[in-house]
Design a protein around this ligand. Structure first.
Ligand code: MSP
Length: 499
């Protein structure tokens, strides 16, 4: 049986409007899932929506609808956006589903049986927008950001996080690569070393959530509920065989939710007797005008606006290539146009047009086979190795740079040998065969990022079958283009854009 690869995005709040920050994580997870399918792994790619909590209940009340129908309407915005962006998820979890209620309740019972849940009275300052209790020091800043703080007094069940201080430190020591990059791991460790407080995991003030199984006057705190989505989707509580097979997974998240995922969640899992995942990949913010996108700052950019100008693959490529996974990065429209023109229009697209035009003129439109001793062969082999290594570290930007190194070298081979000026013959056939073989390999390597464009380049060089069925490394070995296939000239894959 193929090795399982279970990859997840955070589940997004239904109240938010999907913007390029959400798309950034989701496109990266999608490309990673597609890459692992090329590796022949048994991939389960999960995304979804976070639908409980006070924010959703209030929004539903304001709109005079039941919370469930509010969640249904708003979750659809994510489903539509992911369809637009060609996101190949295998499972979409909504925390209002029955499978999730079953899983959360089983999880809570397990933590309780372990002696980690206790009833206490709690009074504190609560930020509704953040769905979290906050400290007095945080109030001024939250109010400045337009995130109101209220006083809440409730009887709450608490999760005894403080018990997990040492187990978490031991876990981090035993799993030094569990959180990547290292700077984010250190941030999580720093937080644990400051000392951990027990946290409240139930609410009596609202009813929009999963009831605590032994006390249905309480619903589960939205973050505790949300973090459990990953085990739910793997099968916890409903399909133990699937859970055994899929768990643990690889999880992608932004640094805003590092504390929840890298401190609270591993402790919760330990408490429930589940191994915490050792593949947490944390990325920085996509900034617009130097700031994180948010509703209150009105600096959202909707993916559809950019797709109109750049196309779906142009959109995907930009965020995978231009924004290194890890640090913060500034988004700019000018930068996006420049990258599009350089990499997609002038390099990839132009190579394909150039090769097909010359093949039409010099080889009657029939693609010749590559040379076994081509100068491009070692270049392609090195690029494949770099791409494998980069995807393995969740560095799509480097993986694509590796693929584009083949394009650059192929363009320079064409510049030096100028087959368009030469008489038809074995020399011209050799160079063009090499260039087509380079395009074949690049199409496979770039497929996770630009699935439609690479399907088209694959077809234009005369290849049949679905490129997604190719396997790495077998099908990216040099010399597999058979030759004698019809090469099609077509419209530019990526038209040049003007600012
Ligand atoms: N519902 C919680 C997550 C629960 S997961 C168990 C939540 N939702 S969210 O809708 O606010 O989405 C947060 C995630 O969206 C971030 O972690 C990140 O993956 C992505 N991003 C949102 N804004 C972003 C940027 N400006 N830049 C990069 N990623 C961003 O938090």
């Amino acid at each position: 049986m193929a090795r399982p690869f279970f990859v997840t995005t955070p589940i997004y709040y239904v109240n938010d409007v999907p913007h390029i920050g959400h798309a950034y994580t989701t496109v990266t997870a999608d490309a990673l899932a597609r890459w692992h399918r090329l590796l022949g792994e048994d991939v389960t790619f999960l995304t979804g929506t976070d639908e409980h909590g006070l924010k959703v209940q209030r929004a539903a009340e304001e709109n005079n609808v039941a919370p469930q129908s509010w969640a249904d309407q708003t979750a659809q915005r994510y489903i539509d956006t992911w369809e637009l962006l060609d996101i190949s998820y295998d499972d979409f979890i909504r925390t209002t589903e029955d499978r999730h209620r079953i899983s959360v309740q089983k999880f809570l019972e397990a933590c309780k049986a372990n002696g980690d849940i206790e009833l206490r009275t709690y009074e504190g300052l609560y930020s509704v927008a953040d769905e979290a209790y906050v400290t007095e020091e945080e109030v001024a800043e939250l109010e400045r950001l337009g995130r109101p703080v209220i006083t809440m007094r409730e009887e709450n069940y608490f999760f005894l996080l403080s018990k997990y201080e040492q187990p978490l430190l031991d876990w981090y020591e035993a799993n030094p690569d569990a959180v990547a990059p290292a700077s984010k791991r250190n941030e999580a460790l720093g937080f644990i070393k400051q000392g951990l407080q027990d946290f409240s995991i139930s609410r009596t003030s609202i009813d929009w959530g999963v009831p605590i199984p032994w006390d249905d006057g309480h619903v589960t705190y939205v973050w505790f509920d949300a973090l459990i989505n990953y085990v739910t989707a793997a099968g916890y509580g409903t399909d133990e065989e699937s859970f055994e097979h899929l768990w643990p997974g690889r999880h992608m998240l932004g640094k805003d939710i590092l504390r929840f995922h890298c401190v609270f969640w591993p402790a919760m899992l330990m408490s429930a007797g589940i191994d915490p995942p050792t593949n947490l990949n944390v990325h920085g913010y996509l900034l617009v005008g130097g700031e994180k996108m948010s509703k209150t700052r009105l600096n959202h950019i909707a993916p559809a606006e950019l797709v109109d100008d750049f196309g779906v693959d142009g959109f995907r490529y930009h965020f995978l290539r231009d924004q290194a996974f890890g640090p913060d990065g500034e988004f700019s429209y000018e930068g996006m146009v420049a990258r599009h023109n350089a990499d997609l229009a002038n390099n990839f697209g132009n190579l394909l047009s150039r090769v097909s035009t010359v093949v039409a003129k010099k080889c009657n439109g029939v693609g010749p086979a590559p040379r076994a001793d081509s100068p491009l062969a070692p270049i392609a082999a090195a690029a494949v190795e770099r791409a494998i290594y980069a995807w393995d570290r969740v560095a799509p930007s480097e993986a694509l740079d590796a693929a584009w190194s083949i394009i650059r070298e192929t363009n320079s081979l064409l510049e030096t040998s100028e087959p368009w000026k030469a008489e038809p013959g074995p020399e011209v056939d050799g160079v063009l065969g090499d260039a087509i073989e380079a395009l074949r390999i690049v199409s496979i390597l770039a497929h996770p990022a630009i699935p439609s464009a690479t399907r088209e380049s694959w077809r234009r060089i005369g290849l049949s079958g679905d490129i997604a069925d190719c396997r790495v490394p077998d099908d990216v070995r040099w010399g597999l283009y058979p030759g004698d296939l019809e090469v099609e000239k077509g419209a530019p894959l990526f038209p040049r854009l003007k600012l």
